[in-house]
Design a protein around this ligand. Structure first.
Ligand code: HEC
Length: 196
């Protein structure tokens, strides 16, 4: 074999290697098993296919169920929806500003269940309920709506930034405690379509 041929063979080898790379990479790019959501009180695994139809194929829910990350945080279109869903499903017991009423306050840094400091914990409490009057809400809210409520509850927070576990370091720097009086318009731009 001449040197020229060797070079050519090496080049072919390289090409073959790069062509076959995607095949090697495949096992890692297989769908991730995602986060495990557990009932806040019993620890039982929650099945997010159960309950109100729809709201399972949005980018927000997919990302959330895969990684536990909530990409709706501070998105005004999602806050608008979350505000309205919270008013109809939660504020009767938890208060208009989540300041606490029949149910505990959700706008401070005290949590009966510390799992609620993470969005997957808060989502699980809403989806599967907790004790007594805090029943499961998966029959009247679909997963996308639950994520919007989570987003609104986080927005209502008035405690210290250091305890806002759900915020990234950058979001903590920009954090301002909630003040009443904010309004959202029907055509807020963002990831969440207006509620029907
Ligand atoms: C019928 C009244 C009622 C409604 C409606 C209700 N809750 Fe509750 N909620 C309660 C009570 C009572 C508790 C305390 C239960 C416990 O400690 O297990 C509670 C507990 C919670 C907790 C746990 C708080 C902590 O400190 O760990 C969260 C989070 C929560 N509710 C969120 C919500 C959200 C969000 C909604 C609306 C989708 C909602 N709740 C609707 C009564 C209610």
């Amino acid at each position: 074999m001449t040197l020229k041929h060797t070079g050519f063979a090496a080049l072919l080898g390289l090409l073959a290697a790069s062509v076959s790379l995607p095949a090697f990479a495949q096992p890692q790019s297989a769908p991730s098993s995602g986060v495990v959501l557990q009932n806040t009180v019993t620890g039982e695994t929650l099945d997010t296919s159960q309950g109100k139809e729809g709201g399972r194929d949005t980018a927000g829910v997919k990302k959330f169920l895969e990684t536990g990350e909530n990409i709706y945080l501070e998105d005004k279109s999602c806050l608008r929806n979350g505000q309205s869903l919270f008013a109809t499903s939660c504020s009767g017991c938890h208060g208009h500003l989540a300041e606490g009423k029949l149910g505990p306050g959700l706008n401070d840094n005290y949590w009966t269940y510390p799992s609620n400091t993470e969005d997957k914990g808060l989502f699980s409490t809403i989806f599967g309920g907790a004790n007594g009057m805090m029943g499961p809400h998966n029959e009247n809210l679909n997963p996308d709506e639950i994520l919007q409520v989570v987003t609104w509850v986080r927005h209502l927070y008035t405690g210290p930034a250091k305890d806002a576990v759900w915020l990234s370091a950058e979001q903590k720097k920009a954090y301002k405690p909630y003040k009443e009086g904010e309004t959202f318009s029907k055509d807020e731009k963002g990831q969440c379509k207006p509620l029907e």
